[in-house]
Design a protein around this ligand. Structure first.
Ligand SMILES: Cc1cc2nc3c(=O)[nH]c(=O)nc-3n(C[C@H](O)[C@H](O)[C@H](O)COP(=O)(O)OP(=O)(O)OC[C@H]3O[C@@H](n4cnc5c(N)ncnc54)[C@H](O)[C@@H]3O)c2cc1C
Length: 311
């Protein structure tokens, strides 16, 4: 196997030689009409500096869709029409053997650099109803602004439904959509194609639960810093066979189905940090415990994400 990771640099020498302003990384600086620093000279595509649609920061995202849009906008302006480029959000997809990996909007690194107060969810919805053959989980991460629920970015990987999922979220981002907009989307459903709650609706429901305070999260990278001194309770609600295949150190095991009958094992005065395989059963456990007066936190993405990174 050969993995070539070459990177991309703008080829802007012709502009530089013509005295057109470039930025530090040699991208051609243009305004929203795609006009360079020299009046009447336009530039588009991989060689130009773009505005990131999400953060408003200047950046470099060399993709074919933006290049084509910019080409039309430059042509409009050359012909006297008033067209503006509104920014690049970086929607992209790659095929890796039978898998697809796609992304839109910003990732955590960009969100941090832009000083955004963000949160993230991990989820693994199936590409269509599981009772119809050929459904595969889509591994999704969605990044959103904490207070408003505005969707900032999403990444997905899987064998089916990846492009559709990310394209829908890309559309929502373009229209400045928030979690509620994802839950409100009414998308095509029949068993071979999706689920009655589509992967995008599911992401919206999950984010809504967080921004409305119904559910509190903790993440795989928080696990190592959780105190093991008895001041909090760590709970794994998976089945015994699942736990036997690997678990997080220090987590007490009470299967979800027996949790109601084992509440005496949990101290109501201490917070409970709950994990399961994907984050779904631990969410149910959290809701159950919250109703009984416990302060509960759910491991986002569950043991799946934790073990794929740390185990
Ligand atoms: C292998 C590969 C796969 C890709 N896959 C995707 C993908 O799946 N999806 C996606 O969105 N993007 C993809 N891209 C990126 C996409 O191709 C570019 O973003 C897009 O082509 C940029 O368009 P452009 O017009 O800026 O540049 P280009 O398409 O590179 O066109 C620039 C043209 O200018 C010519 N030129 C350069 N210098 C001079 C000069 N001095 N005088 C005259 N002519 C000159 C070049 O020969 C070239 O024809 C891929 C790129 C590569 C290399």
């Amino acid at each position: 196997m050969i993995i070539l990771s070459a990177g991309v640099k703008p080829e802007s020498k012709i502009a530089e030689d013509a005295g057109i302003a470039l930025n530090q990384r040699k991208s051609i600086i243009v305004n929203e009409s795609m006009e360079t620093s020299v009046k009447g000279i336009y530039a588009v595509g991989d060689a130009v500096e773009i505005i990131d649609y999400i953060t408003g920061n200047k950046g470099f995202i060399p993709l074919a869709g933006p290049a084509n849009k910019q080409g039309r906008i430059a042509a409009d302006n050359i012909c006297g029409l008033n067209s503006k480029y509104t920014g690049t959000q970086g929607s992209s997809i790659i095929k890796i053997f039978d898998m697809a990996v796609a992304s839109t909007g910003i990732n955590e690194k960009n969100a941090t650099m832009a000083g955004l107060n963000y949160e993230k969810i991990f989820l693994y919805p199936f590409s269509h109803a599981t009772y119809y053959p050929g459904a595969f989980p889509i591994f999704m991460k969605v990044i959103f602004e904490k207070e408003s629920g505005r969707i900032l970015g999403a990444q997905a990987a899987g064998f089916d439904g990846v492009a559709k999922t990310i394209d829908i979220i890309a559309t929502a981002i373009r229209f400045k959509g928030a979690a509620k907009d994802l839950t409100d989307l009414e998308l095509c459903y029949a068993p071979p194609f999706s689920s009655a709650k589509s992967p995008v609706n599911m992401a919206g429901y999950m984010i809504e639960n967080i921004i409305t305070g119904k559910l509190k999260l903790f993440h795989w990278h928080d696990v190592k810093n959780l105190p093991r001194d008895g001041s909090i309770q760590l709970l794994d609600v998976r089945t015994a066979p699942e736990v036997s295949r690997g678990s997080i150190e220090g987590f007490m095991h009470i299967e979800l189905d027996t949790l109601r009958n084992n509440l005496d094992k949990l101290n109501q005065a201490k917070p409970v940090y709950v994990s399961c395989q994907s984050g779904l059963r631990s969410y149910i456990a959290c809701m159950m415990l919250k109703n009984k007066g416990y302060d509960c936190y759910n491991l986002s993405g569950g043991y799946n994400i934790y073990s794929s990174i740390l185990a």
